[in-house]
Design a protein around this ligand. Structure first.
Ligand SMILES: *Cc1c(COP(=O)(O)O)cnc(C)c1O
Length: 399
């Protein structure tokens, strides 16, 4: 049963990319099938996580891996691990961080809407440096060092914000000098697939990726990679912990040797629980992702966008612009610059009309809305829908 049959909601053409608010991208049938089959069976979640973790470690070079409900959940769990470690009383108390090291240092240019997730388990962000615009102020290593105190539990790093900011290897060197872990938000850093290894190699201690973006996994999935002890702390704070010591799966690992006085209770991660469907779907999708030729996919998407641009080239009020493929990975986007005067309507009203006033509804990227342009990204659009997209765009932009 599909979305429309179950809920009466019309599915849309997603020309914006795998955005969460658009429910991500259509899953490959192989991934959807694996999730459907897993959904009819049961297993201990910790066994599924352990097996998935071994696979994630193997393909990333990290000591350990863990499946989360997304990169944002990965950041929240990472912060919880850096604060609580193996202190089960602290696990029991978060987000109350009294008495704990609870400060995460971050260069100001790396603050994003997603760094909010680091604060979810009770951590505070300590900002250092200036916004990354050469000439207006940049961040220097001494500013990071000056922000570190006895309250610091980690340093956070956001991938992809380079201008005027300190690179990861240098951040990691400073962090490790003070015995602190580095948490990297690498949610959208794939492709290239080499980035699955790159941040660990550059010294990151915990790295969060989205499962529902380029990997093509379930929308509510993500990957956390990193140091074994930190991933173990994540697991202890994330699982269903309504357990007796005598029958707890991990009694040998933690209780027999006195490492923990007992099993912790439900931790701060419990509301971010991952289902068997997500764990299986993520692993199957990642296997497919690692076998795919991402450069060929990028070129193919660029070719599709060029064809879409050509099919719109005669519109008087829309000027297509297709930048060449970036050398840094990522999927290409086409921009349609609108002549709002000629159209007698705003770019925002076109975005809304595409979503609301036609069949099928079409979602375009709003990344260039402030520049009066629609964005088209076909990474989450099935090729057989390109023609329909062209017709809907022509219909809206002709008026
Ligand atoms: C998408 C994204 C996230 C959130 O990822 P989810 O997997 O949706 O939780 C976090 N940070 C950045 C930079 C992102 O692009």
């Amino acid at each position: 049963m599909g979305i429309e049959a179950a809920l009466g909601v019309r599915p849309l053409l997603n020309a914006a990319g795998p955005l969460t608010r658009l429910s991500g991208m259509p899953l490959h049938p192989e991934v959807a099938q694996a999730m459907a089959e897993a959904a009819t069976e049961c297993a201990r979640i910790e066994d599924l996580q352990a097996a998935a973790g071994r696979y994630l470690a193997e393909v990333s070079g990290a000591e350990a891996g863990y499946v989360t409900t997304g990169a944002a959940a990965g950041l929240a769990l990472a912060a919880a691990a850096c604060m609580a470690g193996f202190d089960i009383a602290a696990m029991d108390r978060l987000p109350d961080t009294r008495g704990l090291r609870n400060e995460i240092v971050i260069q100001r240019a790396h603050l994003t809407a997603y760094t909010h997730a680091l604060r979810l388990p009770g951590a505070s962000l300590v900002e250092a440096g200036y916004m990354g615009y050469p000439g207006q102020g940049i961040t220097w290593p001494w500013q990071i060092e000056a922000a570190i105190s006895e309250r610091t539990c980690a340093i956070a790093y956001s991938y992809g914000i380079e201008q005027g900011s300190i690179a990861l290897p240098e951040i990691a060197a400073i962090a490790h000098k003070y015995n602190l872990p580095v948490i990297v938000d690498a949610a959208a850093a794939l492709p290239p697939a080499t980035n699955l290894r790159a941040f660990i190699e550059q010294g990151a201690d915990l790295v969060a990726f989205s499962g529902g973006k380029a990997i093509g996994g379930p929308q509510a999935s993500g990957i956390l990679l990193g140091r074994k002890d930190l991933i173990e702390s994540v697991a202890l704070q994330h699982q269903d912990m309504d357990v007796y010591p005598q029958t707890w799966t991990w009694r040998e690992r933690y209780l027999a040797n006195g490492a923990l006085p007992g099993p912790p209770h439900h931790g701060i991660g419990r509301p971010m629980k991952v289902g068997k469907e997500e764990i299986v779907g993520l692993v199957v999708a990642l296997k497919r992702f690692l076998a795919r030729d991402h450069e060929a996919e990028r070129r193919e998407q660029h070719t599709r966008l060029a064809a879409i641009a050509a099919a719109l080239a005669d519109l008087p009020a829309a000027r297509p612009e297709l930048p060449p493929l970036s050398a840094h990975g990522g999927y290409p986007s086409l921009q349609l610059h609108l002549d709002e005067t000629l159209l007698e309507r705003s770019t925002a009203s076109v975005v809304l009309a595409l979503l609301d006033d036609g069949a099928p509804p079409v979602a375009v990227s709003q990344n260039w809305l402030a520049q009066s342009a629609l964005g088209i990204n076909v990474s989450a659009l099935r090729p057989e829908h390109d023609q329909l997209l062209i017709e809907r765009l022509r219909g809206e932009l002709m008026r």
